[in-house]
Design a binder for this molecule. Structure first.
Ligand code: 5RP
Length: 220
């Protein structure tokens, strides 16, 4: 079993009957959803809130019942992947472009569990370019504002055109020098007009499921 499958499936142990479950996005959470789908088939009653159109599609294929923020205010548990996880469990997310809905779901969740293979573990955030979701209307000015923070934004492209998020926005992938003050950077970015949100998830993860040097699944 590969690391993504091992950590993705482990997270399912924390899902209990009748929970509302935030369903993350990506290739690690794919395994969480696949196992949840099997348990639902065997009678587990849960409701999921997907963090992306991609996850919504997968959950429907797996017959996982879904709900929405029109029907509920709070989520019992959210399970999601990450692009980087620091020693203090701060995260960079958004490699798959779903950071906005992922953050909304994470904030509404009583417990956020991150599933991350060992390649995601870092001493300090910042090697992975930080995804920032921005409004297309003001793209160039937003880029200039971000550059003033000493970081280097690059418009994410897909098939020769700007990548469009599920919310109709663009993503700037921002090469940052090592992120020494993530809280400050998060606030500074989100104060720029045109920035919708950014992929820093600071102090949000309650638990990280990962793999140690002996290839054992561990909880942190
Ligand atoms: C999507 C994300 C994903 O959780 C992150 O990119 C990790 O993905 P994967 O599990 O495929 O490595 O933040 O926006």
């Amino acid at each position: 079993m590969n690391e993504k499958q091992a950590v993705g499936e482990k997270a399912v142990e924390f899902v209990k009957k009748d929970m509302v479950v935030g369903l993350g996005t990506g290739s690690t959470v794919f395994y969480t959803l696949s196992l949840l789908g099997k348990l639902v088939q065997q009678g587990l009653s849960i409701k999921g809130i997907p963090t992306s159109v991609q996850t919504e599609k997968l959950a429907k294929e797996l017959n996982i019942p879904l709900t929405s923020f029109d029907e509920i205010d709070q989520i019992d548990i959210a399970i999601d992947g990450a692009d980087e996880v620091s020693g203090s469990l701060d995260l960079i997310k958004g490699g798959g472009g779903a950071l906005l809905r992922e953050k909304i779901v994470a904030k509404a969740a009583k417990k956020l569990i991150i599933v991350a293979d060992s390649t995601k573990l870092v001493d300090q955030l910042g090697s992975f370019p930080l995804p920032v979701e921005i409004v297309p209307f003001v793209m160039k000015a937003t880029k200039r504002h971000i550059q003033k923070l000493g970081i280097h934004p690059e418009l994410r492209m897909a098939n020769g055109a700007p990548f469009i998020t599920d919310n109709g926005n663009y993503i700037l992938d921002c090469a940052c020098p090592k992120i020494l003050a993530p809280n400050e950077l998060e606030n500074n970015l989100n104060m720029i007009p045109g920035v919708v949100d950014n992929g820093l998830f600071i102090g949000m993860a309650d638990m990280v499921i990962t793999v140690d040097k002996n290839k054992e699944v561990i909880l942190r």
